[in-house]
Design a protein around this ligand. Structure first.
Ligand SMILES: *Cc1c(COP(=O)(O)O)cnc(C)c1O
Length: 486
């Protein structure tokens, strides 16, 4: 462990300078800041190349603590953090990994790699962060006394990954909203299998974007203001994603730290890409963070032109990236603006008022994000299909449609003069109809997922209507099922 002079303190991206700073544990339990902003640390610790080289050869769990502890600070002692990480990344939870490496690198072409991140309980990279968040929350609640009621929303993988992370924890109750239509059968069945006890699945008869508005509405209602969050607005999730970039780098560069690499990140809410940006700030030699989008290409447009435009999202065959407004972009831009909360607020107020904001509106150059190391490209259904075929044919590796968006963008944007590492975001097992279309067959399921869809209809879900009727029903449901906060 390294002595760091920086003890991270967290403030809101929209702070008016009148709120006190918080610790990691505070923001872990709070989720969204009360002023509508997102919590960020006031400063990032910096590691030297030698310090990073010393992480080579560590187990993922140990590497995780080395990196994340710098963001947690003294709000949990190191011994505790190590126990929590061991519980989060146990063999029981990550059964199919080889030699205990739960974030292995797979080479698929000259200087092109994929980092396998989806070997957790729900076959999504989200498990890696959420397993740790569940452990952190449980520990902190035991320590403080009391319980936490969490309201989350999902259009796909967050639901089951969050549920698998907090299932059975005595002091956490999770209410997970999902759209009645839109998720894959596999994703719905995963959530149904986890329902009961402290897990409440609530299917709402309206689209995902409306669900997010519902969650915001409840967060702004004083009666429900102390609901926690498991979406990547929770900084605990972001902090728990930073370590795997260190793991990827050390594996690809065989423990030698110096030469830069590029990361390609299939993006939706931009939590994963934010973690790459933080790893870079902490000293990991990353040249470019290349954001890959699908047809919902708002982030690509923003990075290329400096123009951020509100546009409704459309449904695609990489559904976990069907997001109109990437919530974690606010953390990125706040940092690039030098932590200037006033300017961040001004920028977002214009965006929210008019649906369009340009960097020139705040006297910044159009290439602001590129200058900070970001690049981008977009993919579509056809490119996903072609790329999935190509990677299978040339490397014998089967990738899911979201990872395929990343690899498609890598092939388009990268000159491969430095190693390019694409983050895998889910296992193909979750998207069988797509795999059938792309490959002409359905890959064999890992044993633990066989027979999953045997639940029928809306079993495992409470169904409520959309609109204001649904909001009233949701409030009633939470009132009746929440644990007293103590
Ligand atoms: C969540 C998710 C993404 C997007 O990740 P962000 O951190 O929201 O950008 C991409 N692919 C899959 C499969 C996901 O579950």
């Amino acid at each position: 462990m390294y002595d760091s002079d920086i003890m991270p303190e967290y403030v809101s991206t929209r702070s008016k300078g009148d709120t006190e700073s918080k610790s990691y544990s505070d923001v872990l339990l709070e989720g969204l800041a009360r002023d509508g902003g997102l919590y960020v640390p006031t400063e990032y610790p910096h590691l030297t190349p030698t310090q990073i080289e010393n992480f080579a050869g560590l187990s993922y769990s140990d590497l995780f603590v080395e990196v994340k502890s710098l963001l947690v600070g003294d709000s949990m002692d190191i011994q505790t953090q190590m126990q929590l990480a061991d519980a989060a990344y146990s063999e029981e939870k990550f059964p199919d990994t080889q030699n205990g490496n739960i974030t292995p690198i797979i080479q698929i072409d000259d200087n092109l790699y994929i980092q396998d991140l989806s070997e957790g309980p729900t076959a999504a990279f989200k498990d890696l962060a959420l397993q740790a968040v569940g452990q952190d929350m449980n520990h902190e609640l035991n320590h403080r006394g009391g319980s936490l009621n969490i309201l989350g929303g999902t259009s796909g993988d967050t639901g089951s990954a969050a549920e698998a992370a907090v299932k059975g924890l005595g002091n956490v109750t999770l209410f997970m909203l999902s759209p009645l239509d839109g998720m894959s059968d596999f994703q719905r069945a995963q959530m149904a299998a986890l329902s009961g006890g402290n897990i409440h699945n609530i299917a709402v008869d309206e689209p995902f974007d409306h669900l997010q508005a519902k969650i915001k509405e409840l967060n702004n209602d004083p009666e429900f203001a102390d609901l926690g969050a498991v979406n990547s607005i929770n900084y605990g999730r972001v902090a728990s994603q930073v370590p795997y970039y260190f793991s990827a780098y050390l594996q690809v560069k065989e423990g030698k730290v110096g030469e830069p690499v590029d990361f390609v990140v299939p993006s939706g809410n931009m939590g994963n890409a934010l973690a790459a940006y933080i790893a870079q700030k902490m000293g990991l030699p990353i040249r470019n963070i290349i954001i890959a989008t699908n047809e919902n290409s708002g982030l690509d447009h923003l990075i290329q032109t400096g123009q951020y435009k509100k546009k409704p999202s459309s449904i695609t065959s990489s559904p976990s990236m069907d997001i109109a407004v990437a919530s974690n972009y606010e953390r990125v831009i706040h940092d690039i603006l030098g932590g200037n909360a006033d300017l961040t607020r001004q920028y977002y107020e214009q965006f929210e008022r008019t649906g369009l904001v340009d960097f020139r509106d705040i006297d910044r150059p159009s290439n602001l994000l590129k200058a900070a190391g970001f690049d981008s490209g977009n993919s579509n259904h056809d490119k996903r299909v072609q790329t999935t075929r190509r990677v299978y044919k040339e490397a014998g590796v089967i990738i899911d449609p979201h990872t395929a968006d990343g690899v498609a963008v890598a092939y388009e944007k990268s000159q491969f003069e430095v190693p390019t590492i694409c983050m895998e975001t889910a296992l193909p097992v979750k998207f069988e109809p797509f795999m059938q279309e792309a490959l002409g067959f359905i890959p064999e399921r890992p044993e633990r997922f066989k027979g999953l869809e045997s639940v029928s209809g809306n079993e495992g879900f409470v169904v409520i209507p959309g609109g204001s009727l649904g909001t009233a029903a949701l409030k009633d449901y939470i009132r009746n099922n929440a644990q007293p906060r103590v």
